[in-house]
Design a protein. Structure first.
Length: 221
């Protein structure tokens, strides 16, 4: 929502959703039992991987360079099918200016089609000792953060998954801060750190802003 956007000082991005500093995220996806919030808590591990993902052409080419290693991890039928859509989309938000989508296998991304836990690209990198950065789609790495031409925001489906409802978890920003550095660089994260300090200070129980908001809520109740 536009009222949640606050300005940042950065050459590319001009705004950030303040909720990325306040909303929570389970910090270790692989040890977390994910549930679908809108389906009465149905268990669905790696639920955010169910749709496939937009993949920059450079990332697609990196994945194909590691095809043999990734192939070994996939289900037999997933090995036989095409991994990517044939349609290339033009989008200036992507580093190369173009992207394709990963195809689905069953009820998940084709790269989830092995033992149903975790991304086969990431796993192949860990097992093979190569760097997944620039290969694993950055859209996956950022989730539940996303971005457009001017803003860093929360993904629309963030609250669909129970990883968003862990009260003691760190903020979304703190969990994803390292990936933001890798993908967009320190200049952005330095700017976001400054906004984080302002937002969390304003939202603290002792802040005047917080007290005014609480008073307004009580008045309306």
């Amino acid at each position: 929502m536009t009222e949640d956007l606050v300005p940042i000082q950065h050459p590319r991005f001009r705004n950030v959703d303040r909720n990325i500093f306040l909303e929570r995220l389970a910090s270790d996806c692989m040890s977390f039992e994910c549930r679908l919030q809108n389906r009465a808590g149905q268990v669905k591990l790696d639920a955010c991987c169910q749709y496939g993902v937009d993949t920059d052409l450079a990332e697609r080419d990196g994945i194909l360079r590691h095809r043999a290693e990734i192939l070994q991890l996939l289900h037999t039928d997933a090995r036989r099918q095409s991994w990517f859509s044939q349609v290339e989309y033009v989008d200036a938000d992507f580093p190369s200016g173009r992207f394709v989508r990963t195809n689905k296998y069953g009820d998940g991304c084709v790269f989830l089609a092995h033992d149903r836990r975790g991304c086969a690209i990431h796993r192949a990198a860990l097992e093979g000792g190569w760097d997944f950065r620039g290969v694993k789609p950055h859209v996956c790495r950022l989730f539940p953060l996303t971005y457009d031409e001017s803003s860093i925001v929360l993904s629309d489906d963030y609250r669909d998954y129970s990883c968003s409802a862990v009260a003691a978890a760190p903020s979304v920003y703190r969990v994803q801060r390292g990936d933001l550095i890798d993908i967009f660089g320190w200049e952005l994260v330095d700017a976001l750190d400054r906004v984080e300090a302002q937002v969390t200070r304003a939202d603290s129980p002792n802040s005047t802003h917080h007290q005014r908001r609480a008073s307004a809520m009580q008045t309306c109740s």
